[in-house]
Design a protein around this ligand. Structure first.
Ligand code: NDP
Length: 241
């Protein structure tokens, strides 16, 4: 399978596992990142995946980035909108900047990245878009009004676009992971993790990035053509939506 796949935030954490899993399946993968050159170069040298730096919050940068990827690898047929950040605070302490940064990256980033690939997918009558939301966009999380709003928005975006893309052979789905053992989660105090977080997960452990990656590989495949507009909860049984 030599289709071209773009994975935003594809050089670290869940995105790195997604990029690697798609590459292992034979896709030509472009992994984007925001600014951590060291991690990106390390990922590139370990995996051979092409890496590209641009801010998903900037529309012009995304359009230019896609243009570059298409010149290097060919038309983009799979887009995985994975890049995400947190800027957590209880609402009374949340600043407009914390709100804006999270919405720009986690929600507007989906518009900015999807818009430049959409017409090409429509013309070629094939496309796979997989968005990475979060359990906290489904259930809401205290201290994350910005993140919960953006991630809930990702689900609405997916459902709307799935309807628009269906006749053109484009599927649009969203995965809502629970707690996954990436740097973001491993940075939490181990005592809090062991005593407060893991006990809330019925399977009794954190998820692994590769478990999300395998779900992406399926949704990106030709086999998943009848699945569109779906929200796949991957959270060890912590929440059913
Ligand atoms: P990481 O912090 O490990 O990696 C984030 C990646 O996104 C990095 O490659 C980073 O680039 C990139 N990125 C961040 N901001 C931007 C931006 N503005 N433009 C381009 N790239 C950007 O995150 P995770 O792997 O933990 O999370 C991946 C996704 O999964 C996110 O959307 C997150 O919200 C979601 N998620 C994660 C969960 C978890 O438990 N970890 C649970 C539920 C959802 P750089 O390396 O340059 O900083």
């Amino acid at each position: 399978m030599s289709r071209v796949a773009v994975v935003t935030g594809g050089t670290r954490g869940i995105g790195a596992a997604i990029s690697k899993a798609l590459k292992d399946k034979g896709y030509k993968v472009a992994a984007s990142y925001a600014g951590n050159d060291e991690a990106a170069q390390k990922f590139k040298s370990e995996t051979g995946v092409n890496v590209y730096k641009w801010d998903v919050g900037n529309y012009e940068a995304c359009a230019a980035g896609i243009k570059q990827v298409e010149a290097d690898l060919g038309p983009v047929e799979i887009l995985v909108n994975n890049a995400g950040i947190t800027r957590d605070a209880m609402f009374h302490k949340m600043t407009p900047q914390m709100w804006k940064e999270v919405i720009d990256t986690n929600l507007t980033g989906l518009f900015n990245m999807t818009h430049p690939v959409w017409n090409g997918m429509r013309d070629r009558k094939f496309g796979r878009i997989v968005n990475i939301s979060s359990i906290n966009g489904q259930k809401g999380q205290a201290g994350q009004a910005n993140y919960s709003a953006a991630k809930a928005g990702d689900i609405g975006f997916t459902k709307a676009l799935a309807q628009e893309g269906a006749r053109a052979g484009i599927t649009v789905n969203v995965i809502a992971p629970g707690y996954i053992g990436t740097e973001m989660v491993r940075a939490i105090d181990p005592k809090v993790l062991a005593e407060r977080i893991v006990p809330q997960i019925p399977v009794g452990r954190l998820g692994e990035p590769e478990e999300i990656a395998r779900a992406v590989v399926f949704l990106a495949s030709d086999d998943a053509g009848f699945i569109t507009g779906s929200t796949l909860s991957a959270n060890g049984g912590q929440y059913f939506s």
